[in-house]
Design a protein around this ligand. Structure first.
Ligand SMILES: C[S@@+](CC[C@H](N)C(=O)[O-])C[C@H]1O[C@@H](n2cnc3c(N)ncnc32)[C@H](O)[C@@H]1O
Length: 237
């Protein structure tokens, strides 16, 4: 697990400088609205909490972390990621926005979160869970650090089910995306990896069963943009 995480971290370190730009180009900016929807769910989940403490797992360059910190002025966020390169870009963005006093980053894997039990009101994993080298261990770790009644929101890319949309999706993901990825980041493999991880990611029924087996309850799921992305919501009871 550690070796695989090292390999993944090195790959994200390599693409970190172009990650944000490519994300927005490759998704035609739709990734922003997907993140907004996920953050809105976190906001609703913690609406009754006076000073919410939030965890952003696999926070990368901190777009999701910053959006969480902006829920309201009382929110505090811990962002964790295995890639120092991604976190460095995130830290720069947070510094420019003057949010240093409300966001703390640490290099930590989802499979071994360096925080005590039962402290977070909610956790978000945006486009990160499919990268976990041991998904069940990561999900159980997040459950451990959530407070009872805490909420997990997972946002993840997925293969669309509709045959026609899937045809265009395959053309785009298997051919166009690695090409653009290589041109902009210089790393074609990283964008092939993206396609492979989406292909391997479980379909909703299976992922919901995994969340249940990891100990989560009240699991909900919603497909976004023809099923190109999905939001999962689950609780620790
Ligand atoms: C596609 S990026 C998503 C970043 C960010 N959440 C966003 O919305 O743009 C995936 C991130 O997951 C991180 N990652 C991969 N495996 C991880 C693990 N096991 N634990 C923590 N972070 C991980 C990578 O370093 C990378 O920054």
């Amino acid at each position: 697990m550690a070796t695989e995480n090292n390999h993944i971290a090195l790959m994200f370190n390599d693409i970190a400088p172009t990650y944000d730009k490519l994300n927005h180009i490759l998704s035609l900016n739709v990734d922003k609205s997907w993140r907004r929807k996920a953050v809105h769910r976190v906001k609703k989940a913690v609406s009754g909490v006076e000073k919410p403490l939030l965890l952003d797992v696999a926070c990368g360059t901190a777009d999701s972390t910053i959006a969480l910190a902006k829920i309201n002025d009382n929110v505090r966020v811990n962002g964790v990621d295995i890639s120092e390169g991604m976190l460095k870009i995130g830290e720069e963005k947070v510094g420019k926005l003057g949010l240093n006093d409300r966001i703390i980053f640490s290099v930590s894997s989802a499979e071994n979160i360096d925080f005590q039990d039962d402290i977070y009101d909610a956790a978000l994993v945006a486009f990160g869970v499919r990268n976990f080298s041991d998904r069940e261990t990561g999900l159980k770790e997040i459950l451990r650090v959530l407070k009872p009644n805490g909420t997990l929101i997972v946002l993840e890319l997925s293969e669309p089910q509709n045959i026609i949309i899937r045809w265009f999706y395959n053309l785009y993901f298997k051919h166009i995306l690695p090409f653009i990825g290589k041109c902009v980041s210089g790393n074609k493999e990283a964008y092939r990896y993206l396609q492979k991880t989406v292909e391997k990611f479980p379909m909703p029924k299976e992922f919901i069963a995994m969340l249940e087996s990891c100990g989560y309850s009240e699991i909900k799921h919603k497909a976004l943009t023809f099923g190109l992305c999905r939001i999962y919501q689950a609780k620790k009871v």
